[in-house]
Write a protein that binds this ligand. Structure first.
Ligand code: PGA
Length: 254
């Protein structure tokens, strides 16, 4: 079976007490899945900054790696409110999401800054999860492939050979938090395009880089999506706030 990567994104949710309960329930439901060193699937959870230390402690004996949801494109300095990749590393982060559509939409992050954030993450030894995806309007206008190609190209141009150290997440904006999902074939077509674009650039990286699907991924639609040849896992929002749903997703393909 193909190895998968399942990464949760809590977004701006949680509290010290609810996180403690949620992580305890996940670890207990997942049992040996999150302990076995031979398990093929990679797991991760991207939590809000203030909870990194708490989650680092609670996940320390598990195979669920820690991640953050954004990072500065600068290494340090007068950037009030920003957090550097090196700081995330100090709290045990392995992953950081960059270019999530909510950052692109509400914080006006363009392709250039997303690429620079990915570079900053790599320089600090983190694995950036680079999100691409079209809006509903772009989807309806048949622009999906043009949009995701443009978003990925900006990253390829800046990172060059370093792309092999990244994850890509295809997240159609119209599917995020809406309960709407593309058909497995529709999603596969986009993933395949992204893979071909990677291959044109760097054949070896194309075979290595995991391309995750995100957008209303739930236990009841995951099997068919994750069975597609170019879908290598999931970036999971809402379902990562439920221990039962997140663990069920993590158990796919085991
Ligand atoms: P969702 O979010 O699973 O709640 O749709 C996915 C994401 O935004 O990463």
């Amino acid at each position: 079976m193909r190895p998968l990567t399942i990464i949760g994104n809590w977004k701006m949710n949680g509290s010290l007490s609810s996180n403690q309960a949620l992580l305890a329930e996940m670890l207990s439901l997942g049992g040996s899945l999150f302990k076995r060193s031979d398990a093929k699937t990679q797991f991760g959870l991207c939590v809000p900054y203030p909870y990194l230390s708490q989650a680092q402690g609670l996940l320390k004996d598990s195979r669920i790696a820690l991640g953050a949801q954004d990072v500065s494109d600068h290494p340090y300095g007068a950037y009030t409110g920003d957090v550097s990749a090196q700081m995330l590393g100090e709290f045990g982060c392995r992953y950081v999401i960059v270019g999530h559509s909510e950052r692109r939409q509400y914080h006006h992050e363009g392709d250039g800054v997303v690429a620079r954030k990915a570079r900053a993450a790599l320089q600090a030894g983190l694995v950036p999860i680079i999100c691409v995806g079209e809006t509903e309007e772009e989807h309806d206008d048949g622009k999906t492939l043009a949009v995701v190609r443009r978003q990925l190209q900006a990253v390829l141009d800046l990172l060059q050979g370093q792309i092999a150290g990244c994850l890509i997440a295809y997240e159609p904006v119209w599917a995020i938090g809406t309960g709407k999902v593309p058909t497995p074939t529709e999603a596969q077509d986009v993933h395949r395009e992204l893979r071909l674009q990677l291959a044109k650039f760097d054949d070896e990286a194309a075979s290595k880089v995991a391309i995750l699907y995100g957008g209303s991924l739930k236990p009841d639609n995951a099997r068919e999506l994750l069975a597609m040849p170019d879908i290598d896992g999931g970036l999971v929002g809402g379902a990562s706030l439920s221990a039962e749903e997140f663990v069920a997703l993590c158990q796919e393909n085991q």
